[in-house]
Unconditional design. Structure first.
Length: 332
């Protein structure tokens, strides 16, 4: 009996209540950070869209699943197996992304007057349920989904056993783009935030058109402009930097500054990575030995340069007569 009384007194002591309150407060705070914060701070109009409720945890989970597959599970699955011949799937994939990005770019031209409106101060009106504003949000969400489709680039690498082509640039670019795009849709779907999706979709339309055409042997002599795709990508990042800085200098512009900083950081990061890739692929290798270093040409822009090289490999395995054509493919 005395032990029960002692236990009861201990459980009801002020220190016990203080500890319980502290634990409860900590749990509430973690719950707020993991869920409520994102919905309270984000655009209420996007909460019902898939992946947009709460924080970026579903998006991050998908990215980690992607990384696990391309770095661990995929190579293990293909160990001891022959590379898959996916030329037909790659062609269909490229055509799909040409159409999808072309639609994004066309719609962006219509919504932004060919980008002109994006250079004005266009803050996001979170209270607006105007059909046009809701349509912009829907387009932004579709653009986010396209960044998950882009992850198939790396899946093609794995299934064709081109693990060495899964470069740092490739992985960083594919992993970060869905996260950055998720943040844009969650917190600033519309307004000045539409500049990057518009220009990026235009660049990707050109890029995927090249990759689709490169699957046809008869067209390869006309695809001499491969390196200019990387230049276009770098110009894209420079324009994003200029656009963000310009928006910051507009007096009284209510576009969230955090997204200006995020856009600048993102653009500088990829500009540096793509510039390094360009130097290694098209400058250093040519100046060193007069020919391109094929090991540096495996990744271009968002990871699709492998399609050209992989098609060359699949042709190489199909017949001996095509082995003689492979050097010409590599020297495009």
């Amino acid at each position: 009996m005395q032990e029960l009384i002692t236990t009861s007194i201990s459980a009801d002591s002020p220190s016990h209540f203080a500890l319980s309150n502290a634990i409860g407060s900590a749990i509430d705070f973690l719950r707020y950070l993991s869920h409520d914060f994102w919905n309270d701070s984000g655009d209420p109009r996007v909460m019902k869209l898939p992946l947009m409720d709460s924080g970026p945890w579903s998006t991050i989970s998908l990215i980690f699943t992607y990384l696990y597959f391309v770095k661990v599970a995929g190579p293990q699955m293909m160990k001891g197996r022959k590379p898959l011949d996916l030329r037909g799937a790659i062609l269909a994939y490229n055509v799909l992304l040409v159409l999808l990005n072309g639609w994004f770019f066309y719609t962006g031209c219509w919504l932004s007057n060919f980008g002109v409106e994006s250079w004005k101060c266009q803050p996001v009106d979170y209270a607006s349920y105007d059909p046009l504003d809701l349509y912009k949000i829907q387009i932004g969400w579709y653009f986010l989904m396209s960044k998950f489709i882009d992850l198939a680039d790396t899946v093609f690498f794995v299934l064709r056993k081109k693990d060495s082509q899964i470069t740092t640039l490739h992985v960083i670019h594919h992993s970060l783009m869905p996260v950055f795009t998720w943040a844009g849709v969650k917190f600033a779907a519309g307004g000045n935030s539409g500049f990057f999706p518009w220009i990026n979709s235009g660049v990707h339309t050109i890029m995927y058109t090249y990759y689709a055409l490169s699957t046809f042997d008869s067209l390869k002599p006309f695809l001499w402009w491969k390196k200019y795709i990387t230049k276009i990508q770098m110009v894209q990042f420079i324009l994003v930097i200029v656009h963000s800085i310009y928006s910051m200098l507009i007096p009284g512009c209510a576009w969230p500054r955090v997204f200006m900083y995020l856009s600048i950081f993102n653009a500088f990061l990829f500009l540096g990575l793509f510039y390094s890739f360009f130097q290694k692929s098209y400058v250093s290798s040519f100046s060193g030995n007069g020919r391109n270093n094929s090991s540096n040409r495996h990744h271009l822009s968002n990871g699709n340069a492998h399609i050209v090289e992989q098609n060359a490999v699949s042709i190489h395995h199909s017949s001996s007569s095509n082995v003689q054509r492979q050097p010409r493919i590599k020297k495009e």
